[in-house]
Design a protein around this ligand. Structure first.
Ligand code: ACO
Length: 333
């Protein structure tokens, strides 16, 4: 019998340092009005000094495991752009913090598409019978790579973490995750990048140019490609699963820009009322954004068992990916 993956638990975590737009406007040439109208963001959260991605990931992971009623999982897959260190991966550190030392744990790097890639990886582990449960986490301390001199990126990103526990199952229906549509285009790597700190820059024999250690993004071009690729990918996955746009109860996309979410819903023919949007409160949390948005909607009691969610993301790489999820009968927290 074909094995499938089911959502068994969910959780998220935000650091305590809330940063409203006005606070950024006080230290750079921007305004609350520009940020709200161009991005939909009103505030974001930054991790306190000393707090790293593994700390946020472990908190979200613990909450997801509690929601699943599990003290152990078979594997930990962490999607992040901001690992604690370039080497080793952060997932084993998270596993150790959760008391899961010994279980397989590794990172997935697909920038803002990371959580969808990590979900697909987890589904593969379950389908092959490698393990029976996987803790999938998206976590970022994006504030650690923001260039304080670049107002165009500094106002967009925030820190946070979201996590899901997937369990192997044998049926479609409530809780089922997948199929997937995934893609990439490495010719666009310069559009979303941190230029310094890798083998390429070190092999050049040159010191990093000023600002190269920070994140940079060609916002306008990325905006266009984000809508195009997420729409294509979302349509592909709807085709695989046999749903029409009208069958989708919730569009749960990467929270990059409120205008992107609205445009995407329009292109797909999904009413705006069905778009999950928490970007106003948390900003763009990259790999954390999809599980964080879904968990906050769940905590607010917005889902009922059987609701159909369409997940789609676009990010650095370039990468994109989509999947579907039928909401399970989770005990409400
Ligand atoms: N405050 C005030 N003005 C600003 C700011 C700011 N914070 N940032 C930029 N501007 C100015 C620019 O200098 C420019 O001024 P000019 O016209 O005088 O040259 C003007 O605003 C317009 O700049 P654009 O970059 O064209 O602004 P745009 O409307 O495109 O918004 C944004 C920028 C928010 C970045 C948008 O392009 C966007 O959301 N892009 C997509 C992001 C995305 O989808 N990312 C994918 C995932 S992210 C990842 O993978 C990590």
């Amino acid at each position: 019998m074909t094995r499938s993956a089911h959502l068994a638990g969910i959780g998220s975590f935000l650091p305590s340092c809330r940063v409203p737009n006005a606070q950024l406007a006080a230290r750079m040439d921007t305004s609350d009005e520009w940020i709200r109208t161009r991005t939909g963001i009103r505030q974001r959260y930054f991790a306190e000094p000393g707090t790293t991605t593994s700390d946020l990931a472990a908190e979200a992971g613990a909450r997801a495991m509690k929601s699943a009623g599990l003290a152990e999982v078979g594997a930990v897959v962490l999607a992040t752009t901001t690992p604690d260190r370039p080497c080793p991966a952060t997932a084993p550190v998270v596993a150790a913090k959760l008391g899961l030392a010994g279980c397989p744990a590794f990172d997935v790097q697909a920038v803002c598409t990371g959580f969808v890639y990590a979900l697909a990886t987890a589904c593969g582990l379950l389908a092959m019978g490698c393990v029976d449960t996987v803790l999938v986490i998206g976590a970022e301390t994006f504030s650690t790579i923001l260039n304080p001199a670049d107002r165009a990126t500094s106002v967009i990103f925030g820190d946070g973490a979201g996590a899901m526990v997937l369990r192997s199952g044998h049926t479609a229906g409530n809780g089922a995750v997948g199929p997937f549509d995934l893609g990439s285009d490495g010719t666009g790597r310069d559009l979303i990048t941190v230029r310094a700190g890798g083998a390429e820059q070190r092999r050049s024999g040159l010191a990093p140019a000023p600002g190269d250690e920070y994140f940079s993004m060609a916002g306008r071009e990325v905006f266009r490609q984000a809508v195009e690729h997420m729409a294509q990918s979302a349509r592909a996955v709807l085709g695989h699963v046999g749903w029409q746009a009208g069958d989708v109860d919730w569009l749960a996309c990467h929270q990059a820009n409120l205008r992107i979410l609205v445009r995407l819903a329009d292109v797909l023919g999904i009413p705006e009322a069905r778009v999950l949007a928490n970007i106003a409160e948390v900003g763009n949390t990259s790999a954390a954004s999809i599980p964080l948005a879904i968990d906050q909607a769940y905590q607010a009691g917005r889902f009922k068992a059987g609701d159909r969610l369409l997940l789609s993301a676009f990010g650095g790489g370039l990468t994109w990916g989509s999947t579907v999820l039928t909401w399970p009968d989770l005990t409400h927290p």
